[in-house]
Design a protein around this ligand. Structure first.
Ligand code: OGA
Ligand code: FE2
Length: 564
């Protein structure tokens, strides 16, 4: 192993970033940054103008003196024989050059620099940048996106025209590769270094990175994934560009030796599978948290593996619904659509107006931007507000075997009480009218915003028997039902998926989905396990109403029971 000396220094440089940050997924904070940057550009332009003015003045002075001294030196005696010329020469040398000196020395940058210094306090740091890179790679995995698609900015649903299309440069791809590398994630290192190299090969230039450096990373990351032959190939390519590269020369010999040894073994154990793997064994593919449920979750998020047979589909209906001639809905019945049969999930269309939703967002926005705190149970950053869920968000890292915190919920949320604005009260009333359930025992309306990459991993909304009673302090029993209103359309991603039954519901602005979390007996319905898929393009707004058991004793509607 001593023959292989690698880029360890990078590991040391990047090792310390473990803090979870949600800059990337917070549309509020990101919007602020955008405006801060806009102000800084204005300030920078002012600085450029001031610098140009200064240079202009200096140039004028130089030109004037150029003409003057050219004439004067032609005939010095004649020139100085004129008393005004003699006086002006004295004056120039004694005071005017000093004035010029101070003009040259004047610092035009101080206003801009002080603006920058003030604003920089709010800038993202290295951890934020790393977090953003990792979020991008998570999206890449979930939605199985090709690096080239990401790099050209042609993401599904992003048909916003050229102004929103953004491309990654060679340097950007290289940076993403390096973030993966610093996490010992050789799978993504390879993907992004290959993309960087491809863009270089296609003629893109870079002032910070060259093919040699990229090939160095590439040969190491494929070697780490057990692909000796490809490691050798990349090393040879590197040596074509730089025949004296010391480490590559060393590695070349080492790889050749390893490969020869391996071939010998293969020859001996003919018929046995050896597949050109290196001594390290293969660690190809996605690293760590790739658990079976995660696989299902991601498939459903991509719209794959939804368990909906045509027979089943034909039994789902769309109907006008007036809640047994509820006086408020006889005049304008609501459109109810079946989304799923077992467990029953229904969707109500055009249930809240655009104006009402805008009001709800407006009320929630200042709170979404409020400082976040670390949840003492989960370690996850959350809005410093009354939180009911006590889900444990720790998972076993399959590589280290240690418990680590999962970034299980990446969104910002706020709670709105009915007394805060008539619109909240009106929405609560509508939920009661439609579901027939008492909402006075429900939790406040929760408004959540998921930015790009924002998600909520598989969970139950109800409290389980094996948990400390999360809802005890409320005295209203468990969460009997969930009402989830979509307050935005999402361009790509952001579905609500039910991992146990393989159902998926896509956000549609102004529609709400509703399901029971508990059986009529009060037992939890484990088929309701669900998740919010990461937002790929766009921004997702939802509001939740969790309805509790207390008050529903005579209310749970027969109509909303199971479909048989
Ligand atoms: C929740 C939840 C789903 C979604 O907030 O409990 O499951 O699509 N949300 O936002
Ligand atoms: Fe939920």
């Amino acid at each position: 192993m001593a023959a292989v000396c690698w880029l360890l220094i990078h590991c040391l440089l990047f090792a310390s970033s473990s803090a979870h940050n949600d800059f990337f997924t917070s549309i509020g904070q990101m919007t602020d940054l955008l405006f801060t940057e806009k102000d800084l550009v204005t300030s920078l332009k002012d600085y450029i103008r001031a610098e140009e003015n200064k240079l202009e003045q200096i140039k004028k002075w130089a030109d004037k003196l150029d003409v003057l001294s050219a004439a004067a030196t032609q005939d010095p005696e004649g020139f100085l024989g004129h008393p005004v010329n003699a006086f002006k020469l004295m004056k120039r040398l004694n005071t005017e050059w000093a004035e010029l000196e101070s003009l040259v020395l004047t610092d035009m940058s101080d206003v801009f620099i002080s603006n920058l210094t003030i604003q920089r306090q709010h800038f993202p740091n290295d951890d934020d940048q790393t977090g953003a890179a990792k979020a991008l790679m998570r999206l890449q995995d979930t939605y199985q996106l090709d690096t080239n698609i990401i790099s050209t900015g042609e993401l599904p649903g992003s048909s916003l025209g050229a102004s929103h299309q953004s491309a990654l440069t060679v340097d950007d791809c290289y940076d993403l590769g390096k973030v993966a590398y610093s996490e010992a994630d050789y799978y993504h290192t390879e993907l992004w270094m290959v993309q960087a190299l491809k863009q270089l090969d296609e003629g893109e230039t870079s002032s910070t990175v060259d093919a040699i450096t990229i090939l160095d990373y590439l040969s190491y990351s494929v070697y780490q994934q057990g692909e000796l032959e490809r490691a050798l190939e990349f090393t040879r390519r590197l040596l074509e560009l730089d025949p004296t590269h010391q480490r590559a020369n060393g590695n070349l010999k080492y790889f050749e030796y390893q490969l020869a040894k391996q071939k010998k073994v293969e020859g001996r154990e003919e018929g046995e599978e050896a597949e050109g793997r290196g001594q390290k064994g293969g660690t190809r593919g996605r690293p760590d948290d790739y658990l079976p449920e995660r696989k299902k979750y991601e498939e459903l998020c991509r719209g794959e593996g939804i368990r909906m047979t045509p027979r089943r589909q034909s039994r789902l209906f769309c109907r006008y619904y007036d809640n047994n001639r509820h006086p408020r809905y006889v005049i304008g019945p609501v459109k109810e659509e079946d989304e799923w049969d077992r467990p029953r999930i229904v969707r109500y269309h055009d249930i809240v107006s655009d104006k009402e939703m805008e009001k709800v967002k407006e009320l929630a926005k200042p709170r979404l931007q409020r400082a976040t705190i670390s949840n003492p149970i989960t370690g996850v950053l959350e809005t410093a507000h009354y939180r009911i869920s006590k889900r444990r968000a720790t998972v076993h890292d399959p590589q280290t075997g240690k418990l680590t915190t999962a970034h299980y919920r990446v969104s910002k949320s706020a709670w709105l009480g009915a007394y805060e604005h008539p619109v909240v009260d009106k929405i609560n009333q509508r939920i009661e009218d439609i579901t027939g359930l008492d909402v006075t025992t429900a939790e406040d309306l929760q408004v959540a915003n998921y930015g790009v990459g924002g998600q909520y991993e598989p969970h139950f909304d109800f409290g389980r028997k094996d948990e400390p009673d999360a809802f005890e302090e409320l005295g209203t029993g468990n969460r009997i039902a969930t009402w989830l209103l979509y307050m935005s359309d999402v361009q790509a991603g952001g579905a609500t998926v039910f991992t146990d039954v393989r159902a998926a519901v896509w956000p549609k602005k102004g529609t709400a989905v509703f399901w029971y979390n508990l059986y009529p007996s009060g037992e939890g319905d484990y088929r309701t396990r669900h998740a919010a898929c990461p937002v790929l393009v766009g921004n997702k707004w939802v509001s939740n109403k969790w309805i509790h058991e207390r008050g529903q004793e005579f209310r749970r509607r027969c109509g909303l029971q199971e479909m048989d």
